[in-house]
Design a protein around this ligand. Structure first.
Ligand code: 5GP
Length: 190
């Protein structure tokens, strides 16, 4: 697969602060775009259809899957998530750098299909910190939080598969590190 822009897989445990870093990246670099995934999960308060996600029914999800519409897809804590293929290819062809904010199973699919993608794993300074953030967010039930923490532990074990690991000890510093990684990769390709 040869495109003009850079495909960046951007992964990290639930509650690690990926979204906050992502907002900074979008504000700091006009060439970065975030792919909007489809999910069968219910919207959280404040989430808007087409902005955070395309919120779809299981039938709609399966329909797009059957039409080969996803670049990758995975189930995560009881819900389906997938990256719509067409917009990602279109943005890459336009020379934009496209971030896929996805979990580890999706990353493994992308790595297979696009071995030259850039992969970045965001970790918390400690697991205790992650626990505190996820509980403090107050958007999930205790059962869902427990499931997400279990999945986070499993995901942390896969960090060595990524090209880079960035510790979110400070949002601005972490965002700056991600931008440096991107510019290093681009200068290597030039
Ligand atoms: P959340 O429900 O907290 O928004 O997302 C749960 C997990 O699913 C996060 O790790 C998030 O990055 C991941 N995720 C979001 N969209 C996709 C997607 O399209 N594909 C995959 N594989 N994971 C996704």
């Amino acid at each position: 697969m040869s495109h003009k822009g850079l495909l960046v897989v951007y992964t990290g445990a639930s509650g690690v602060g990926k979204g906050t870093i992502m907002k900074k990246l979008l504000a700091m670099d006009p060439n970065i775009r975030l792919s909007v995934s489809a999910t069968t999960r219910a919207p959280r308060e404040g989430e808007v259809n087409g902005r955070e996600y395309y919120f779809v029914s299981r039938e709609e999800f399966d329909d797009l899957l059957a039409r080969d519409g996803f670049l990758e897809h995975a189930e995560y804590v009881g819900n389906c998530y997938g990256t719509p293929k067409e917009p990602v290819f279109r943005m890459l062809d336009e020379g934009l750098d496209v971030f896929l904010e996805i979990e580890v199973k999706g990353f493994l699919q992308i790595k297979k299909a696009c071995p030259d993608c850039l992969s970045i794993f965001i970790t918390p300074p400690s697991f205790e910190e992650l626990q505190a953030r996820l509980r403090g967010r107050g958007t999930e039930t205790p059962e869902v939080i427990a499931e997400r923490l279990k999945t986070a532990r499993e995901e942390l074990e896969h960090h060595h598969l990524f090209d880079y690991v960035v510790v979110n000890d400070d949002v601005d510093r972490a965002a700056q590190e991600v931008l440096s990684i991107i510019s290093d990769r681009k200068s290597m390709e030039d």
